[in-house]
Unconditional design. Structure first.
Length: 150
């Protein structure tokens, strides 16, 4: 019988090889607590090596994650994102400023066609979203602001 967590292979049946608890991992033959305590022992014994490994591999793992996210969400690669960012001078396509929060620029895309239009800061991206991508509403807002800007 499968456990409650979807990402693990936790089974009820044959007891843990160390403490006789019924729920255990199929791969190790140990329960959750015994598996965690073994992992803690390894980490404590090799903490500097583990920290060094994590530091070295964090950037590549992050880039792989980001590339997958961009491909799945917008059908562009991280390389294409970086080319687009460079072509926009690392600035938002609307306000022409770098993102004040220090976050990555958001990928702006047409929700009907899925076509990528450019990269926007969080505020500009939200503004377009709040106008529901309606050009007439945005023009009306511009007219309104111009009328009262004097």
């Amino acid at each position: 019988m499968r456990g409650t967590c979807k990402n693990t292979r936790l089974y009820e049946g044959k007891p843990c090889s160390k403490c006789d608890k019924i729920w255990r991992y199929e791969s190790t033959g140990q329960c959750v607590e015994c598996t965690r305590s073994a992992a803690r022992l390894v980490y404590n014994k090799n903490s500097e090596k583990v920290k060094l490994y994590k530091r070295e591999h964090y950037k590549s793992a992050y880039k792989n994650h980001l590339n997958t996210k961009l491909l799945c969400s917008y059908n562009i690669t991280l390389l294409k994102y970086e080319e687009l960012l460079s072509s926009q001078n690392y600035k938002c396509a609307i306000c022409l400023e770098k993102c004040a929060s220090g976050r990555r620029l958001s990928v702006d895309h047409d929700h009907n066609t899925g076509r990528v239009r450019g990269l926007l800061c969080l505020n500009c991206n939200r503004a377009i979203g709040n106008f529901k991508e309606d050009v007439n509403s945005i023009k009306n807002a511009i007219t309104y602001l111009e009328r009262y800007s004097e």
